[in-house]
Design a binder for this molecule. Structure first.
Ligand SMILES: Nc1ncnc2c1ncn2[C@@H]1O[C@H](COP(=O)(O)OP(=O)(O)OP(=O)(O)O)[C@@H](O)[C@H]1O
Ligand SMILES: [Mg+2]
Length: 232
């Protein structure tokens, strides 16, 4: 069983798209998969309760037929920073309460497991703790999704240093072309590649910009999962 925490250089870096595609990759390769989104803000009111798009994708591309709450124990309605959304909902969010809420997910035994963060690496849970504390407590290796856009080199390098300063491992990185108009993308990619190579951190793939991407459509998502592999 392999379990990773997946973070990004920022919100909208493509964490969910890459998570869904890696889960699909595992199943296409004959393995079982499980995706978890511990805390999701920005959710829709439905007949069966609050539902978040990221978590629905985790559920869709996970093996087995587990209930929504197993994939997303904390679901918050407003599309704002999770600790503020939690406060508004009257929830006292701590690192240990979040881990407790994830218990039904953390006992899963699928071959390949992904836990998607929210926003970037240091997203707060409360005034003292961040999602990085959650990852460190569970001692998870980290996959970093880099949303390729102006400024991403600085964000990527800062994130790797912050992860490593906690004594955690960066298991791999994904370059994801979120901005179709990014100038000098190849030069940025070349810098990132040599920077990660110097640190022996493997690339898990480069994903081009796919304007028509629909991650809920399996054939469409395959364009992304065909670009990716799990850490060795
Ligand atoms: N390579 C790509 N080509 C085209 N569109 C993309 C690509 N990567 C991401 N997107 C789109 O960008 C948007 C943000 O991606 P995604 O939801 O995966 O980001 P995220 O990092 O999970 O964001 P959040 O912080 O909200 O969880 C989505 O609409 C997604 O489909
Ligand atoms: Mg997401």
């Amino acid at each position: 069983m392999k379990r990773y925490f997946l973070t990004g250089t920022d919100t909208d870096a493509g964490k969910t798209l890459i998570s869904a595609a890696l889960l699909q990759r595992a199943v296409l390769d004959g393995h079982t998969s499980f995706g978890l989104k511990p805390i999701a803000s920005g959710s829709d009111v439905t007949e069966v309760g609050l539902r978040n798009r990221d978590a629905l994708l985790h559920q869709k591309y996970s093996s087995g037929n587990l209930g929504y709450e197993v994939h997303n124990p904390i679901t918050l309605k407003p599309a704002i920073a999770p600790h503020i959304a939690a406060q508004e909902a009257g929830l006292s969010l701590t690192c240990s309460s979040l881990i407790e809420s994830c218990e039904n997910g953390l006992i899963q035994t699928a071959d390949y497991q992904l836990i998607e963060g929210a926003g970037g690496w240091l997203v707060p849970l409360n005034d003292k703790e961040t999602l990085a504390d959650f990852t460190a407590t569970l001692d998870l290796p980290v996959i970093l999704v880099i949303g390729l856009k102006l400024g991403c080199i600085n964000h990527a390098c800062l994130t790797v240093e912050a992860i490593q300063q906690r004594g955690l491992t960066v298991a791999g990185w994904v370059a994801n072309s979120v901005d179709p108009d990014m100038e000098a993308q190849q030069d940025n990619l070349r810098y990132l590649t040599q920077w990660f190579n110097q640190r022996d951190i493997q690339s898990l793939g480069t994903v081009p910009h796919i304007a028509s991407i629909d991650p809920f459509d399996e054939d469409s998502l395959k364009q992304v999962s065909d670009c990716l592999h799990w850490p060795d």
